[in-house]
Design a protein around this ligand. Structure first.
Ligand SMILES: [Zn+2]
Length: 64
C-alpha cells in the first residue's frame, strides 16, 4: 500500500515487513512515519527526556 509520511510527505510503499503495516491496515486513517523521520523523532525524544530510544515508542507517543 502507498502511504505518505506524516512528517516529510514523501510517498512510501509499505509491505508486510514494515512494522507499521499491520497498524495501518487495521486503521487506514493512522498516520505513517517513515524510518528516517522516526529515527529523528527518537533522537529528539532522547535529547529531551534523556531516555534511551529503545525505551520510547516515539511513533505512538506523537501520533496517538
Ligand atoms: Zn518521513
Amino acid at each position: 500500500m502507498e502511504k505518505k509520511c506524516f512528517f516529510c510527505k514523501k510517498s512510501y510503499h509499505l509491505d508486510r515487513s514494515d512494522p507499521q503495516y499491520m497498524k495501518i491496515s487495521k486503521n487506514p486513517k493512522a498516520s505513517y512515519v517513515c524510518k528516517s523521520c522516526n529515527q529523528s523523532m527518537q533522537k529528539d525524544a532522547q535529547t529531551s527526556t534523556g531516555l534511551h530510544p529503545d525505551m520510547i515508542d516515539s511513533h505512538d507517543k506523537f501520533l496517538t
